[in-house]
Design a protein around this ligand. Structure first.
Ligand SMILES: Cc1cc2nc3c(=O)[nH]c(=O)nc-3n(C[C@H](O)[C@H](O)[C@H](O)COP(=O)(O)OP(=O)(O)OC[C@H]3O[C@@H](n4cnc5c(N)ncnc54)[C@H](O)[C@@H]3O)c2cc1C
Length: 271
């Protein structure tokens, strides 16, 4: 199958893109790695396709003493290759390198991945674990939305018509921060069947355990601290947080979190 006919637009500026997008009937296109298959299957039938490739604003990268801001059009490959700062001292590079395969990573963007909000996507869980902030620009101006409030369900974000994700901001972890990330895939390049990530940042008071690939937005465990100090069991905590899943096996998610915790506690996860 091929896409329906559409008007392929290359806006001259971010404000032009917002204006055209706000008129309705449009889809935004970044790396086209998720949108492309939807167009080909006619699951998406836009009248016009607004190509973000012409917008250099979305490729801006900024580093300050306390944070790194990555433009939405930074690709997975650029992060993998260390072409942009990695405030975690290696986690972003490693996570990027395990997304799909290189041809997808060359084109797929961090912004496209977060906006697509696939429950099994790598940036969705990694950015949630890091407590990143999304920066949105729309007809009413800019708003900054914590990632946990940005992704509100499977393939669902708070983006409104006319709004574009311009960047994602990651706070720099303090000295001694640690992380762990584990995902189950059937074969290299597949989306995760289960995933979990951990971030411990003593200087910033962060102790966070997150479970992904649950067919919903990432689950941030309210009892992260107790899970990390061993006073609560990983299995019971995950099951307790997902009462609607009683009867379904969460064994892979439990093991994923146990392994992410072990990784964070080992030397491998130091930032
Ligand atoms: C074979 C294959 C395997 C894959 N495996 C994995 C994997 O293992 N892990 C993983 O995480 N991902 C995987 N992906 C997805 C890949 O990472 C995509 O790159 C990503 O999901 C979408 O990024 P994109 O830049 O291609 O966005 P696009 O496909 O261009 O857009 C995706 C959606 O986001 C919207 N959008 C894009 N940019 C913006 C923006 N700046 N503001 C607002 N809306 C925007 C679009 O309108 C569209 O709805 C895989 C993809 C393929 C094809």
């Amino acid at each position: 199958m091929k896409p329906v006919a559409f008007d392929h637009q290359f806006p001259a500026s971010l404000s032009d893109a917002i204006e055209s997008f706000g008129e309705g009937g449009a889809s935004l296109m970044a790396g086209n790695q998720s949108l492309g298959p939807m167009l080909n299957l006619r699951l998406a039938r836009p009248e016009k396709l607004i190509d973000l490739a012409s917008l250099s604003d979305l490729r801006a990268v900024e580093e300050t003493g306390t944070l790194v801001r990555l433009g939405a059009r930074i690709t997975h490959a650029e992060i993998e290759d260390g072409e942009v700062p990695d405030p975690t001292g290696g986690w972003l590079r490693e996570a990027a390198g395990h997304i799909a395969y290189r041809a997808v990573r060359n084109r797929g963007t961090i912004g496209g991945s977060l906006c697509h909000a696939d429950p099994a996507a790598d940036w969705v869980i990694v950015m949630t674990t890091l407590g990143a902030t999304t920066i949105l620009q729309g007809p009413s101006g800019e708003r900054r939305v914590p990632i946990e409030d940005f992704i509100i369900g499977p393939y669902l974000t708070v983006l409104e018509v006319g709004e574009i994700l311009t960047a994602v901001e990651i706070a720099k972890p303090g000295a001694g921060a640690r992380w762990g990330y584990w995902k189950y895939v059937r074969q290299v390049g597949d989306f995760a069947k289960a995933s979990a990530a951990v971030h411990i940042d003593p200087a910033r008071g962060v102790k966070r355990c997150v479970v992904g690939a649950l067919g919903r937005q990432p689950l941030v465990l309210a009892e992260s601290e107790a899970v990390l100090d061993g006073s609560m069991s990983v299995a019971e905590t995950i099951k307790g947080a997902l009462p609607d899943r009683s009867g379904t096996s969460l064994a892979q998610h439990v093991v994923a979190l146990e392994r992410a915790i072990a990784q964070a506690m080992s030397d491998g996860g130091a930032s």
